[in-house]
Each structure stands twice: as C-alpha cells, then as structure tokens.
Design a protein around this ligand. Structure first.
Ligand code: 5GP
Length: 193
C-alpha cells in the first residue's frame, strides 16, 4: 500500500503532466522551477519517515535531487553530498559507477569523492524520481565502494509501474516515496492507493 503525502499528490494533480512513454513532467515545481514551501513540507515528511538519528549524511545526485536533499539537511542538520555527473579533474580518491538512463537512453557515469563518502558514514539517499532504480543502483554501488552504510532511500515520486521500487524493497532497503504513481496510461495520472 502506498503512503502518499497529500500535499504533493494535490500538487501533481494540479500541475503535473503525463507525457508519452510513461514520463511525468513536474518541471513547474520539482525539475526546473522550484517551490520552496513544497520542498519544506516534503523534507519535513522525510524527517518524520526516516529517524534523523539513524544517518549522518544525505546523499543525492545532481541536479534535481539537490534541492530536497539540502532542505532535509537544513532541517536535520546533516551534511549533504551530491554525486556528480561529470568527473572533475581535481577530485581526489574518486569513486565512480555507471548509470543507465531510460529517459535519455544513455549510460552516464556518476562519481563522488572518497573524501566525502567513507566507511564511517550512515547514508540516507534522496532523489526526485524512482523509476527502474538505475540511479539508486549506482548509489548502492558507490556506498558499497566507500564501505559506508545505507540507511534508506527517499523519493519524491515513485512510478510503481516500473520495477525500481520492487527491486530495492526486495533488497530489504527502507524505501519511502511521497507520491506513488500506478499508471500514466492514456496521459492520465493514477495514484497508487
Ligand atoms: P531510474 O534510475 O529509477 O530508472 O530513474 C530515475 C531518474 O530518471 C530520476 O532521477 C529522474 O531524473 C529520471 N526520471 C525517471 N522517470 C521520470 C519521470 O517520469 N519524470 C521525470 N521528470 N524524470 C524521470
């Protein structure tokens, strides 16, 4: 059963658009223009669902995960690290992995410095969307390479008609999604009950 957060569900109903190919467009409040009030409420909800004493670091991926991750980091006083999609020439002790993107139909690398992700860290991963779980799998690999501990994964929006959520929960990962979408068929947005 989904645990939908009403404020986000209402906003998706009002301003979200279902595109061809099972893509939800939310660039009026998550992916391009940002709504800080909404981000504040969503991050408060993450702070309620994941015990802030259980993690010391929030990890995300640039670009769209950064805003909710920072808002949560502000509320819980945790450091926030974002995995980069371009390898900086100046990065020391770099951990790298590959991620396949269905929305862009390409493979890209994400990397994080071992300086900011290490065996001492208990990590909460925050991102905008969970679809096939490829980005999440990349993060799992980086956490593993660092020898860090993953505490959980929080997503603003999960598309349960794709298999990422099942894959992560089958690995016994604590996954929380603030809005779960069962279908985008016929350009209609149907939420999981
Ligand atoms: P996954 O790695 O779980 O297959 O896909 C997650 C990533 O793909 C997200 O970080 C997001 O950038 C992008 N993504 C997947 N589905 C959607 C969608 O329906 N709408 C938008 N805007 N981005 C999506």
């Amino acid at each position: 059963m989904a645990n939908n957060f009403p404020i986000l569900v209402d906003r998706i109903k009002r301003d979200g658009r279902s595109l061809e190919g099972g893509i939800l467009k939310v660039d009026g409040f998550i992916n391009h223009q940002l709504d800080p009030d909404l981000l504040y409420h969503m991050s408060q909800e993450f702070a309620r669902r994941f015990d802030p004493n259980s993690y010391n670091k929030i990890l995300t991926i640039e670009a769209s995960g950064i805003a909710p991750a920072v808002m949560l980091g502000y509320l819980t006083h945790k450091e926030v690290v974002f995995a980069k999609k371009k390898k900086p020439s100046t990065m020391n002790n770099m951990l790298v992995t590959e991620v396949f993107s269905f929305t862009k139909n390409t493979t890209y690398q994400i990397c994080v410095s071992g300086e900011f992700l290490s065996a001492d860290d208990k990590v909460l991963f925050i991102d905008d969307f969970l679809a096939n779980g490829k980005a999440a799998s990349g993060i799992l690999d980086l956490v593993k390479q660092a020898g860090a501990t993953l505490v959980g994964m929080g997503f603003l929006i999960e598309k349960s008609f794709q298999n990422g959520g099942k894959m992560l929960r089958d690995l016994n990962i604590h996954v929380e999604s603030l809005a779960t979408i069962a279908s985008l068929d016929n350009c209609e947005i149907t939420f999981e009950k």
